[in-house]
Ligand binder design. Structure first.
Ligand code: NJP
Length: 239
């Protein structure tokens, strides 16, 4: 039977590539993001490549409690058991800390922290009946380093790292294998940047992350990849 995975932030970038890769490799995918048209485009592309692929889409704002409640109800109503959850949605905002406003703070923390925290709380129970449940957090190499202009973003990624490591301990008794993937520079539209810009030519591609997520999800049952950090070779990573 096909395994079922829910992926957040699936309308573009890393989440989209991951949803497509998993759906084309035999997973049943629930793809979640705000942009309905982008999710429709993802489904069309997926079915064009394999008409038998299963890719459901759910358009909602993860920062809205009623949106998250709708997702919960839809999963409960359909009697869904999930085998994996990939919490990937995230936003970035980069400027000196002294220039950050409370609005900036709320915008970034609402997605990266509040939504990630409450989604984990909402979705982990749907993993309970899976024979080999897995939770994957797409965090960042800035869960382990800081850089000028990245105060709020680095804070949010350090905190996500703490959350996933805590969940690993709390959900061990339910056999949930919790992994974090910590990417370096990746060529997407992240933080309002331009995917495909010339200076990103040597960066990781979303497909590199997609392959990594599948490797983590398809590890033998007795294996958990606690952490996977990956960088483009051009990025000289230092903690
Ligand atoms: O970003 P991007 P990436 N409700 O902007 C969704 C981490 N990372 O793929 O709602 C629901 O292309 C948004 O969908 P939409 C990074 O921190 C990246 O690069 O339609 N969904 C879109 O699908 C993040 O955690 C780099 O706008 C919401 C997705 O999130 C993850 O990788 C380096 C939402 C963002 O797609 C994916 O980033 C690194 C909301 N309120 C870590 N807000 C990098 N790119 O260099 C956003 O170390 N989304």
């Amino acid at each position: 039977m096909a395994r079922r995975v829910l992926i957040t932030g699936a309308s573009r970038g890393i989440g989209r590539a991951t949803a497509l890769d998993l759906a084309l490799n035999g997973w049943e995918v629930w793809a979640v993001a705000r942009s309905g048209p982008d999710l429709e485009g993802l489904r069309r592309e997926c079915l064009a490549q394999n008409p038998n692929a299963i890719l459901d889409i759910e358009s909602l704002d993860l920062t809205a409690a009623d949106g998250r409640a709708r997702l919960r109800e839809r999963l409960s109503g359909a009697g869904v058991t999930l085998d994996a959850v990939v919490l990937n949605a995230g936003v970035g905002l980069f400027k000196p800390a002294v220039e950050m406003t409370e609005r900036d703070y709320d915008y970034l923390m609402d997605v990266n922290l509040r939504a990630t925290f409450f989604l984990a709380q909402d979705l982990l129970p749907f993993l309970r009946n899976s024979p080999c449940p897995r939770l994957v957090g797409i965090t960042s190499d800035v869960s382990r380093r800081t850089f000028a202009g990245g105060s709020l973003y680095c804070m949010s990624k350090y905190a996500q790292d703490a959350l996933f490591h805590t969940l690993r301990k709390e959900w061990r008794e339910h056999r949930v294998r919790v992994s974090v993937i910590l990417p370096g520079l990746t060529d997407t539209n992240f933080g309002d940047s331009q995917a495909g810009a010339p200076h990103k030519a040597e960066w990781l591609k979303p497909e590199d992350l997609a392959r990594t997520v599948r490797f983590v999800l398809e590890a033998p049952d007795h294996v958990v990849l606690d952490e996977v950090m990956l960088h483009p070779f051009c990025q000289d990573w230092q903690p």
